[in-house]
Design a protein around this ligand. Sequence first.
Ligand code: SAH
Length: 349
Amino acid sequence: MYKQLVDKLSSNNELSFDEYLMLIEHRDECREYLYSKARDTRDKVYGKKVFIRGLIEFSNYCKNNCYYCGIRRDNNDLQRYRLTADEIVRCADNGYELGFRTFVLQGGEDSHFSDDTFCSIIKRIKDNHPDCAITLSLGERSYESYKQLKEAGADRYLLRHETANEEHYKRLHPADMSYKNRLRCINDLKLLNYQVGVGFMVGSPFQTNDDLAKEMLFLKKVNPQMVGIGPFISHKDTPFRDYENGTAELTTFMLALIRLTLPNVLLPATTALGTIDPLGREKGINAGANVLMPNLSPVDVREKYKLYDGKICTGEEAAQCISCLKLRIEKTGCQIVTDRGDYKIQEAI
Ligand code: SAH
């Protein structure tokens, strides 16, 4: 019966709330079948290719105070850093040599960086490497700001909604942040024609299976080009220090549901998934994920960009990460490729 539901999802790319919930609650009975369907769907759209994105974590200063995040404003036990514009451009140059054709600029919400500064960094990277895509992950900004960044050459934007349940959102964030503004941002980014990535943590405090089923309906409605999900992992210097971590098992299951719901989505097997389980990223790829985001930040700052405890790959040079990932991914039967890896628009049948 659960297999039939998987078949239904696989052919319709959508289920009702109750049906998603049923699959999530009875996942032991359909897991492997779901994963094989999710892999088939990924292979049909993108082949057995895994796209790599070079992550540049440019600053761990943040004006926000999210209860789960290790770089939250009130964490005083953290050494803060920000890269200079030259350092950021050098990270991209280095990444280009290693074969990266997408760079992701991610950081805390650091007001030291103005729109002009970001625009000039984007232009410099694009001038040096016109064949590359630039993805931004800079948090919540105004429509005007997103517009300027787009005009400077940014192609994509990652802004996880964190949860699709407004009440739940309030329990993960202080009162000066709002679900409505998060959605306003996502909407603005879509209007501006960014390739947009949303996403949520799996197993975050207070999350229920109902919430996870709701996530699927939210994703179907928003229809983003990318979805980033990873297990919640507690950080010792945050208010959520004593909460239980999310699991690789549930995260992987959600990845497969997402692949079948949005067949063309670009779906990373995240570093958080690789942190909670040494084989987490491979498991993600085996459940339909097709993106990896290795770190290109200078090694001396990696340890400081710690959103959660135990983060992997903080000690290795990017080149080492790539050869390690190549070996790991080959074992899944997939292959790392170095093209831009743009979203494929769904073809009419
Ligand atoms: N400031 C940017 C980048 C945030 S960091 C922004 O607001 O978009 C990227 C993602 O890391 C967050 O969206 C969140 O989902 C995730 N994250 C933060 N703390 C985490 C934790 N403790 N465990 C797992 N993921 C976490």
